[in-house]
Write a protein that binds this ligand. Structure first.
Ligand SMILES: [Zn+2]
Length: 246
């Protein structure tokens, strides 16, 4: 290996901070992409719920139709029975028998009326259920349309972020080549320790941009000069002055 180019500490910090910014963008994209499918899944779950509701409504409609048919059949039976008793009245042997049949006829006629009313009530209920069903079917159609559009949108967005991520990943790799092994190792180690993946942070309003603890003014001065690599004494992150990449 020929002479290694002497790199100033300031340049090293600049490179590290640049790398951090690229890596942070990758983290951001990954988080975003993780949330998108969740949104679609929630919508799919909602749609499943609606489908179950429609199924129930369809069952209720069928049941209401059965109820109407049963009442109609009962009405016909009662009417037929009444007619049968009326015919029997022609052949009675005495008044007692005639009266008994009259009572029976009256009862059957009442029964027919009652069933007619019940069939009407059930028809009213059926209409209500049918309109509920129609509303739910309309609602689900709209939801399905919306979900389809959302899915397309999300697929596009995922494709888009994927190509952006690939671009950033190659930028990250490229940047790492300029940074010495020892620094990269501590950079990666700090990043691993924090969920937000921040290893290099600027000072903001006199505090560490990672843990927000105050940094003594003397130390702030030192950091501003970028003559040495300084870690936050609270969180261990590498501190830089915000103006470093301007
Ligand atoms: Zn800190």
């Amino acid at each position: 290996m020929a002479a290694i180019k002497e790199i100033s500490t300031e340049q090293k910090l600049k490179d590290l901070y640049q790398l951090q910014k690229i890596d942070s963008k990758i983290t951001e994209i990954k988080t975003l992409r993780g949330e998108l499918p969740m949104e679609v899944r929630d919508m799919e779950d909602e749609l499943e719920g609606l489908k179950v509701r429609i199924q129930h409504l369809e069952e209720e409609v069928t049941k209401a139709e059965d109820v109407i048919n049963n009442h109609k059949a009962a009405k016909k039976d009662a009417e037929a029975a009444a007619k049968k008793y009326e015919k029997q009245q022609d052949n009675v042997k005495n008044n007692r028998e005639f009266d008994a049949l009259s009572k029976e006829i009256e009862m059957q006629k009442l029964e027919a009326q009652l069933n007619e009313k019940r069939a009407k009530d059930a028809a009213e209920e059926l209409r209500l259920k049918q309109s509920n069903l129609e509303a739910a079917q309309k609602h689900i159609k709209e939801k399905e349309k919306f979900l389809k559009a959302k899915k397309t949108e999300l697929t596009d967005l995922i494709d888009e972020t994927e190509s952006e991520e690939n671009d950033l990943l190659s930028q990250s790799t490229h940047h790492r080549e300029n940074i010495e092994e020892r620094l990269l190792m501590s950079y990666d180690k700090i990043r691993k320790n924090y969920r937000n993946g921040l290893a290099v942070v600027p000072i903001r309003r006199g505090a560490c941009g990672g843990c927000f603890n105050r940094i003594p003014p003397q130390k702030q001065m030192e950091i501003k000069q970028h003559r040495k690599i300084t870690a936050c004494e609270h969180c261990g992150r590498i501190l830089v002055d915000e103006a470093i990449d301007m």
